[in-house]
Ligand binder design. Structure first.
Ligand SMILES: *Cc1c(COP(=O)(O)O)cnc(C)c1O
Length: 366
């Protein structure tokens, strides 16, 4: 355990800084239910992320599940199978049908050119994912959605702090959700947020986060409990003070990987896209066995033997999950199928030292 290098390591503030931040929770005895820290973090994140409105939730998954619910969708949702379980589960748990669209070869985001063929009378929304922090083709998606009267909800779990053409990434679509899970670029231990424009949507969402309770005698929606607590808010306030520095440290790790792994036959990396301020959330590499000479699984095993724990993110595709087999059509997704078989996400976190990065690269090159 001690000597193993894991794919990620959670960012944490100094112990004393957190202790200092939680002192007033002891004074107030206010532990959850929209307290002072909740309010302060909501304001700070709204500003940091450059969004119009933001509501905190207990985690990123509930942000997504309740955002879809508050949208009042019916029928089918066009989405990507190249993602974390949460994206597809959120659709299905709302009683909606996921329709799987293929992804782009270069950055693994949904292929907007293939969306329109999948639209039917039943389609109500598009749920793309800015996967690995790679920004989707937001202009093309917005254009399709407008022409067909569809809602767009972005799973922006990987894009904390990113901007596209100077605009906060959470400001795109009808809603965008973030995850502040311990393993993400910015964490509140567990936590998430929904960003949106429409205040009426915001009211419905607020109800769903807190049992549909309007006042002591009125409950007007079948809500869940997805409230965000004061201890997580305190962690969020501390981590927000340091997140820019953490992103800079991640950048130096990514630059080293790119420098060492460029020009290797059969190994490809995500492109660096113009107009994007990146957050260096993940470092996926793709191995084409025909030209690289070894499979992704060979590399995975070679790294594991040296105590380096990389992850096959995202494999399997969500459309290949046991729970969805024979339930929803797999979809015609040849690019996603291939990418899932070739990808390995390498260790990346703020404190990862460059000697370790070199060691990982040596193993791969060998
Ligand atoms: C992490 C993640 C989520 C879910 O977030 P949690 O905070 O863990 O519930 C959703 N979508 C994607 C793409 C993620 O990576």
């Amino acid at each position: 355990m001690e000597n193993r290098i894991l794919v990620t390591r959670s960012s944490m503030p100094a112990f004393e800084e957190y202790m200092d931040e939680i002192k007033d929770i002891w004074d107030s005895h206010w532990l959850t239910n929209f307290g002072k820290k909740h309010k302060e973090l909501t304001e700070k994140l709204t500003e940091y992320l450059g969004v119009e409105n933001l509501q905190l939730t207990v985690n990123g998954h509930m942000a997504l599940e309740l955002a879809l619910s508050a949208m009042g969708l019916k029928g089918e949702v066009i989405t990507t199978p190249f993602t974390f379980a949460s994206t597809t589960h959120a659709i299905v748990r709302n009683g909606l049908k996921p329709v799987f669209c293929d992804i782009r070869e270069d950055d693994c985001t949904i292929d907007a050119a293939k969306i329109e063929d999948l639209i039917t009378d039943e389609t109500s929304a598009i749920l793309p994912v800015h996967v690995y922090g790679n920004i989707c083709d937001v202009e093309a998606i917005e254009d399709i959605a407008k022409r067909h009267g569809l809602k767009v909800i972005y799973d922006a779990a990987h894009t904390f702090g990113e901007t596209y053409k100077g605009k906060g990434i959470g400001a795109f679509g009808d809603a965008s959700i973030f995850s502040f899970h311990a393993t993400k670029v910015y964490n509140t231990i567990e936590g998430g947020a929904v960003c949106y424009h429409d205040p009426d949507f915001g009211k419905r969402l607020y109800g769903l986060i807190d049992f549909g309770i309007v006042d002591e005698e009125t409950v007007d929606a079948v809500g869940a409990n997805a409230k965000f607590n004061e201890f997580c808010a305190a962690m969020g306030l501390c981590n927000l003070r340091h997140v820019d520095g953490e992103i800079e440290k991640r950048q130096s790790v990514v630059e080293r990987y790119r420098q060492r792994l460029q020009d290797i036959r059969g190994l490809s990396m995500s492109p660096v896209r113009e107009n994007v301020k990146p957050n260096f959330a993940y470092f996926p590499v793709f191995f084409d066995p025909d030209t690289f000479g070894r499979t992704r699984d060979d590399v995975f095993e070679a790294l594991t033997a040296e105590g380096i724990i990389a992850r096959k993110y995202f494999y399997p595709l969500t459309s290949d999950f046991e729970c969805y087999k024979g339930v929803f059509p797999h979809g015609d997704t040849p690019v996603a199928d291939r990418k899932a078989s070739q990808v390995l996400t390498l260790p990346l976190y703020a404190g990862l030292n460059l000697d370790t990065v070199d060691r990982i690269c040596d193993i791969i090159i060998e």
